[in-house]
Design a protein around this ligand. Sequence first.
Ligand code: AMP
Length: 413
Amino acid sequence: MSGGPRLQAPRGTFDVLPGGSPARLSFFNLCQDRLGGAGLGYAETPIFEDTELFARGVGEATDIVQKEMFTLEDRAGRSLTLRPEGTAGVCRAYVEHGMHKLPQPVRLWYWGPFFRHEAPQAGRYRQFTQIGAEALGSDDPAVDAELILLLAELLEEAGVRQLRLRLSSLGTAAARRDYADELRAHLRAREEELSSEVRSRIEANPLRAFDAAHAGTRAVLADAPKLLDRLAPEDAEHFAEVRALLDDAGLGYEVDPSLVRGLDYYTRTVFEFTSDALGAQSGVGGGGRYDGLVEQLGGPPTPAVGWAAGVERILLAAAGEPQRGASPTVFVAWENSRRAAFAVARRLRESGVTVQMEQAGRSLKGQLKHADRLRARFAVVAGEDDLELRDLRTGQARAIASVEEILEVVEAS
Ligand code: AMP
């Protein structure tokens, strides 16, 4: 076998290894517990979809579609894209499986890998993990408020530090179009003060100017008309109701009229959670209402709302004590009796005990040291016809007659 240069994971990707995975798994369990407990069903959609889904669903003029998609051609020449976000796929599945015929709203949550061709930096990767929730089929402001509260609860329970919530409303697509014209006129009038990037997007997507960090652009925007002041009465009322529900729940937030978010499909409520414990990439999760998206993807008119949050950023912003993997309760040691040890380990496991057995050819002394290092509670030394049980806290050892007896001692401990 010949070697070759050492291979590395692609730029902007990372390995999740046992040293780092316990916090991640316990966050997954928390999500399952809280979102499942709130009645959301778990769903998975494919990691790649037809490119057209994102072109239509995310918006041709967005950064994601223009610059950040990993797109490939399959052998039949079809264009496929590694999903950059989860909402479009969920909407596609909702339409494809006729979920509009189910009792509404259909409430789902998902967890999985997403892909964006961005410049990697701390908290920004090319493959990252999102946890997301969507509720399709209701325009009730209580759905918006409920989903926001669920995300707030998850982030708080995960221990995300210095959390802030910004909230706004974008109104309907029609109100936004009128507003975009008004904003275009304002930007054109002071075009020379804008960054070249914003200038080049005045026509296609003027609202994205609000995301710019450029000082001149920000000065122009400070005097710009606000979409929040242009909402139709029913949209303003919807937003007021969402806020009232959040107020009643005691959740703090800041109304931020400059919040537009990077995706084109949002209508009405938009929100974003940030953590000041993170650096430049401070967004931990966000979302909003997308009342037109399902229809845009060929489904019936379906109001909907959802969010997605970055698992890696949540864990970074929550970083506390590094957690250890779960210690086994029993370590099964052996010298000449692998099969006996294997059988004991299997029977203990069948009874629900967490068990590890020796698998590295250590001496008996080395095995007991290893059991200590694993912080096992007990060690069983398995011989052909005899068992010895050691309490690793007290150091006491005694002969024991059967696996049942081990179970009794473990249960009583
Ligand atoms: P978005 O769909 O852009 O609203 O992203 C939702 C959340 O996903 C963000 O708040 C981040 O926490 C996370 N996220 C987005 N892009 C990346 C990335 N390139 N690397 C890591 N996390 C990301």
